[in-house]
Design a protein around this ligand. Structure first.
Ligand code: ARG
Length: 460
């Protein structure tokens, strides 16, 4: 018995193993809402253009809505032999209303549907991801405000470099996630284009109205070239690139928190509810969640590379290779949603050990640059200042003394221009406070940035 809707010219039914191989329903089931929304818009337009009768249109729309409700409640059996969500829904429609249902596909192709659904799905998930990213920015901003006066060591080459405000550190990540949001918003403009009406590849002979379906589906415009619309998946590649950048950012902050949780640092702690134990070592509390976020970077990068490779040598227009585009898209969205949700729990519960951070911030001669700046302000060329401070450090190492314990005599012996006023800059507080220009780490600047981020969140 021939079950598929395309078997008119076939004499045999499809090989059963190959039906399994050919299917995409196990992945594209998640597109059912989009598929039905697309069909409703299409059939509404067909009715308005008198391509099908008004009553037929109404019956199809009503039945599609019923089917949507039933899928939502697990009452429609989705069949592998019907290949994908598009064929499953159309077959179900025909099963329910017979010949009227058979009119839905007038002037349309499954190729249309595939790309339409993927665009609608990407658009919906861009919105959801932006919401999660905004929550992240909000929470980082709140923490930054709370910790603008707390001082931590800043690193370069992962060695102590200069003291910075903990608030400034947190806003560095807020800045990254803000750009991620902006990238997604920009990407949305290219996603939000209506491919419907491209039909199989060259358009249709029916007098369809693509502006009407554009309006009904809230797209910005109809696409300009049907061949391109059917074959184009660069909107997914672009979106997956942005997903990759976002998870890279998440991975970096996760990595830092993992390091900062190590007792050697002890800058950060998490409650037990966000940690896991070891099956053999009774004493252990592990940051598995942060490690998983870091690890899932591999999937999301992999999905991007998967897409690029699937697309790289396909001739125009549709080829079945493109069925393979659905999985990396769905997987990256799901992964990123989970990672952002998990990371939100981390940010909601993280405690910063500001006492430990403060002690570290003074270690490793971290205010050396401030002394060089102090000398440069006395009109000594900066390169010479650098050298003089280098000598001071060498002296400190020999004498095993920190910078702020040197006496004026000791300092003067190294350079005569050093005066009493040097003690006004010899502290981590002063070091941070004096970096007081736009984008710098002084608490006043951190507060300014907090205000900027608050406004950004409010305007979104
Ligand atoms: N299941 C396929 C997909 O998801 C649909 C194939 C549509 N077109 C075709 N000519 N076979 O991409």
């Amino acid at each position: 018995e021939l079950k598929q809707l395309w078997t008119g010219c076939f004499q045999q039914s499809m090989n059963e193993f190959l039906q399994q191989f050919n299917e995409s329903i196990s992945v594209d089931e998640v597109l059912y809402r989009e598929d039905i929304a697309g069909s409703i818009a299409h059939v509404t337009m067909l009715g308005e253009r008198n391509i099908i009768d008004e009553q037929d249109k109404e019956l199809i729309v009503k039945t599609l809505k019923d089917i949507e409700y039933d899928i939502e409640h697990g009452k429609v059996e989705l069949k592998v032999e019907l290949e994908d969500i598009h064929m499953n829904i159309e077959s179900e429609l025909i099963r329910r209303i017979g010949n009227v249902g058979r009119k839905l596909h007038t002037g349309r192709s499954r190729n249309d549907q595939v790309v339409l659904d993927l665009r609608l799905f990407t658009r919906r998930n861009i919105k959801a991801l932006i919401k999660l990213l905004l929550d992240t920015v909000k929470q980082l901003t709140r923490l930054a405000q709370l910790h603008k006066h707390h001082i931590m060591p800043g690193f370069t080459h992962f060695q102590f470099a200069q003291p910075i405000s903990l608030g400034h550190y947190l806003l560095a990540y807020a800045s990254m996630f803000r750009r991620d949001i902006e990238r997604l918003l920009d990407c949305r403009r290219r996603v939000n284009v209506n491919p419907l009406g491209s039909a199989a590849l060259g358009g249709t002979t029916h007098p369809i109205d693509r502006y009407r379906t554009t309006e009904l589906l809230h797209f910005d415009s109809p696409s300009g070239n049907s061949l391109d619309s059917i074959s184009d998946r660069d909107f997914i590649i672009e979106f997956l690139s942005h997903c990759s950048i976002t998870i890279m950012h998440l991975s970096r902050i996760s990595e830092e928190f993992i390091i900062f949780m190590n007792p050697q640092f002890d800058y950060v702690s998490l409650p037990d509810s966000l940690l896991t134990g070891s099956s053999i070592m009774p004493q252990k509390k592990n940051p598995d969640i942060l490690e998983l976020i870091r690890g899932k970077t591999g999937r999301v990068y992999g999905n991007l590379f998967n897409m690029l490779t699937i697309m790289k040598s396909q001739p125009l227009a549709y080829n079945k290779d493109m069925q393979e585009c659905k999985q990396p898209l769905v997987d990256s969205i799901e992964t990123l949603n989970m990672c952002l949700t998990a990371f939100k729990l981390i940010l909601d519960n993280v405690k910063f050990n500001t006492g430990r951070m403060y002690v570290s911030a003074g270690e490793g001669f971290s205010i050396a640059t401030d002394i060089a700046d102090y000398l440069a302000k006395k009109k000594i060329p900066f390169r010479s200042c650098h050298e003089i401070v280098g000598k001071i450090i060498k002296f400190c190492v020999q004498e095993a003394k920190p910078l702020d314990q040197l006496s004026l005599e000791e300092l003067k012996a190294i350079h005569e221009d050093i005066g009493e006023d040097i003690f006004e800059i010899l502290s981590v507080e002063k070091s941070v406070e004096h970096k007081d220009h736009v984008g710098a780490t002084a608490p006043s600047q951190v507060q300014h940035s907090v205000d900027v981020f608050d406004n950004f969140v409010k305007d979104m």
